[in-house]
Design a protein around this ligand. Structure first.
Ligand SMILES: NC(=O)c1ccc[n+]([C@@H]2O[C@H](COP(=O)([O-])OP(=O)(O)OC[C@H]3O[C@@H](n4cnc5c(N)ncnc54)[C@H](OP(=O)(O)O)[C@@H]3O)[C@@H](O)[C@H]2O)c1
Length: 208
């Protein structure tokens, strides 16, 4: 699958490195080829993916991953041009410091869908830390990856990708449930960095 990743930071690089190793055709769409994050990525994994400047070319991918800080999202999406009918994985959390910025009254996922008009937005990879995206295994257990979105086919495709990465995946209904996943992300952040449990924690979903 052709996967375009916007952002080469903690989340983008963790996902991109693993997806490339799984055989996907990964392109990082970045703003600055000389950014320390991009240089580190190229040093760690020479020749494993393409690097391009973010532009409308991003739509040449089958799937687009949005992994930039929340305050950059409007400008980043504008740089993408027409995203209609594209599958857009929204990994972002609408953070203001260590709090959720709910000033808009709707979830970040829905705000992304409003900005990326016509895109099939799937909220995913937001509710756990990037370290778990690099390795979701916890002994005999897998970290949970709960996702949501309004397009069944897109949800299933992203569920498949998360499964390939080793997560225990669950679809949690429509995109309006992104607010639940964003609150779950806040709980993870609080446990890891305020309560002091650190980033080697993940949520799991028990089933019987
Ligand atoms: N860190 C986590 O564990 C985690 C987990 C789940 C979700 N998230 C969410 O995922 C998103 C990314 O987090 P992160 O920790 O990966 O961030 P990060 O390490 O700070 O990386 C952000 C990336 O976005 C790029 N970027 C910033 N502004 C841009 C712009 N205007 N156009 C294009 N690219 C731009 C940065 O490029 P430069 O290198 O040029 O600055 C960098 O590559 C955030 O919304 C965060 O809330 C994070």
């Amino acid at each position: 699958m052709k996967i375009g990743i916007i952002g080469a930071g903690n989340v983008g690089s963790a996902l991109g490195k693993r997806l490339a190793k799984l055989g996907h055709n990964v392109t990082f769409a970045i703003r600055d080829p000389n950014s320390p994050k991009v240089r580190k990525l190229l040093e760690e994994c020479p020749g494993e993916f393409e690097i391009t400047i973010l532009s409308g070319e991003i739509r040449n991918n089958d799937v687009i991953v949005l992994a930039t800080p929340w305050d950059t999202v409007p400008a980043v999406i504008e740089s993408c041009g027409d995203l209609s009918d594209k599958i857009l994985i929204d990994c972002t959390n609408p953070l203001s410091g260590l709090s959720l910025d709910t000033g808009q009254g709707i979830s970040g996922g829905e705000q992304v869908a409003a900005l990326a008009f016509g895109a099939k937005v799937v909220k995913a990879f937001n509710m756990t830390g990037s370290k778990n995206m690099a390795n979701p295994n916890f002994g005999n257990n897998k970290a949970a990856m709960i996702i949501c979105g309004n397009h069944e086919e897109a949800n299933n495709l992203v569920k498949g990708l998360a499964g390939e990465l080793g997560f225990d995946t669950t679809i949690a209904g429509p995109l309006e449930n992104a607010r639940l996943l964003e609150h779950l992300a806040m709980l993870w952040i609080n446990l890891a960095y305020v309560q002091g449990l650190g980033p080697d924690i993940a949520f799991g979903l028990l089933k019987r």
